[in-house]
Design a protein around this ligand. Structure first.
Ligand code: AMP
Ligand code: GLY
Length: 418
């Protein structure tokens, strides 16, 4: 098979590593890829979706897999399908589940899927009167995509009202904040649960946990994610059962009934409160760094999984995972997440083996040398028969990878040991 992967992060690198394990995957292309993906395939510098579809046709690409949300929200899937190409990723209509928090919350409410009590509005008067009915803290969210920054947890009603106002008048997030969601705060623990869906059928992955804050003990600012592990013992059989019955099944049925069948990754940002699972948010793609710890656990062929999902044949597939755990520790640049950092040479003193490997994310290549080129630079992934062994393997790898200013959390997977 020839496979084109859209994206440039550690998530796409991890998907590629899983595909490379398949004997039937012959060629990998990345658009645009990063400074390390060219070691796994060929980086293509084409941004326009029509041009990319033309490239896929010319090269007889069998399957395109879309990593990030932006191209999905912009409609890459619809364009590839128009050209009769096989692509794994949601349609533009289905991508509204991530592209608009107001749409997502109204969808959950229409289909009685458990979520925090909320309103969505563009009126400051409505916002203020709903805020007055809520207990503290209060969650205020910009409707549109804000690169993970559009959620504010306000500690007072005054702060909630001021936040709502600065979103609505466009000051904080421009057009993405012209509509807002205000909701009650759910106090529990978070899980990242993924289902690969083909419009009708789905296959669920082992639940993961992300670590959003920059510093140990969940302190410091929010980031895109500083590490992840899977499977987490915090997801019981009952939690998986609730997620399937009350979340995934009604979502697939609801999307189909509403004319936007869901073919792609359903990422459930879940909050468990008193053993009950609520949807905090949907994303229409794999999480990053969650993907980096899930792909190494796949036993089933990755190309078969994504191809069958893209062609509506997931019912033919038995999705299996290794009886192992994976832990991923993100190494970030000196000034992440505050500002861009100067590019630095990355030194790796050890090759990857079956127990640990590097998933490269924000990197570029100059004269054959790999440099940092982004906030989250790479993920040290460890795999093992227990979370402890997987974590030790990941942290041992961090000792063999270095660049100036590198920083990482020392407590990834701590919730599994509580
Ligand atoms: P989101 O982008 O919607 O996932 O929100 C980012 C983060 O904000 C989540 O991962 C949670 O940690 C937190 N969050 C969002 N909504 C709520 C809520 N209703 N209650 C508690 N925490 C929330
Ligand atoms: N790690 C969370 C996300 O990808 O949104």
């Amino acid at each position: 098979m020839k496979i084109l992967i859209i994206g440039s992060g550690g998530r796409e690198y991890a998907i590629a590593l899983a595909l490379k394990r398949d004997e039937n995957v012959k060629n990998l292309y990345f658009a645009p890829g990063n400074g390390a993906t060219d070691g796994l395939g060929v980086n293509i510098d084409i941004k326009n979706f029509e041009e990319l579809a033309k490239f896929a046709k010319q090269e007889s690409v069998d399957l395109t897999i879309v990593g990030p949300e932006a191209p999905l929200v912009e409609g890459i899937t619809d364009i590839f399908k128009k050209h009769n190409l096989t692509i794994f990723g949601v349609s533009k209509d289905a991508a509204r589940l991530e592209g608009s928090k107001a749409f997502m919350k109204d969808f959950l409410s229409r289909h009685n899927i458990p979520t925090a009590r909320y309103i969505q509005t563009n009126s400051i008067e409505q916002a203020n009167s709903f805020i007055d009915t809520l207990k503290l803290p209060i969650v205020v969210k910009a409707d549109g995509l804000c690169a993970g920054k559009g959620v504010i947890i306000a500690k007072s009603k005054k702060e909630a009202k001021e936040t709502a106002e600065s979103m609505l008048n466009g000051d904080s997030f421009g057009n993405a904040g012209k509509n807002i969601v205000i909701e009650e705060f759910l106090d529990g623990y978070e899980l990242s649960i993924f289902a690969v869906c083909d419009g009708e059928n789905y296959k669920i992955f082992p639940a993961a946990q992300d670590h959003k804050r920059l510093l140990d003990n969940d302190e410091g600012p929010n980031t895109g994610g500083m590490g992840a592990y899977a499977p987490t013992p915090l997801a019981s059989d009952d939690i998986y059962a609730q997620t399937e019955e009350f979340i995934i099944k009604p979502t697939l049925k609801g999307m189909k009934d509403e004319g936007a069948p869901y073919t792609g990754v359903l990422f459930i940002g879940a909050m468990v409160v008193d053993k009950k699972v609520y949807v905090l948010e949907y994303n229409v793609r794999f999480g990053d760094p969650e993907c980096e710890v899930l792909m190494p656990l796949l036993k089933t062929s990755a190309s078969e999984l994504f191809y069958k999902a893209a062609t509506g044949r997931l019912n033919e597939l038995n999705l299996e995972f290794k009886d192992e755990f994976a832990v991923g520790v993100v190494m970030a640049s000196k000034d992440y997440p505050y500002k861009n950092s100067e590019s630095q040479i990355i030194n790796v003193t050890d090759r990857s083996d079956e127990h640990s490997h590097v998933a490269y994310a924000g990197v570029c290549k100059k004269d054959g040398t790999i440099y940092t080129n982004g906030g989250r630079v790479l993920v040290c992934v460890g795999v093992g028969k227990s979370i402890k062994v997987a974590r030790d393997n990941a942290y041992n790898l961090t000792k063999k990878v270095s660049f100036e200013g590198a920083k990482f959390r020392n407590d990834i997977a701590y919730q599994a040991f509580k």
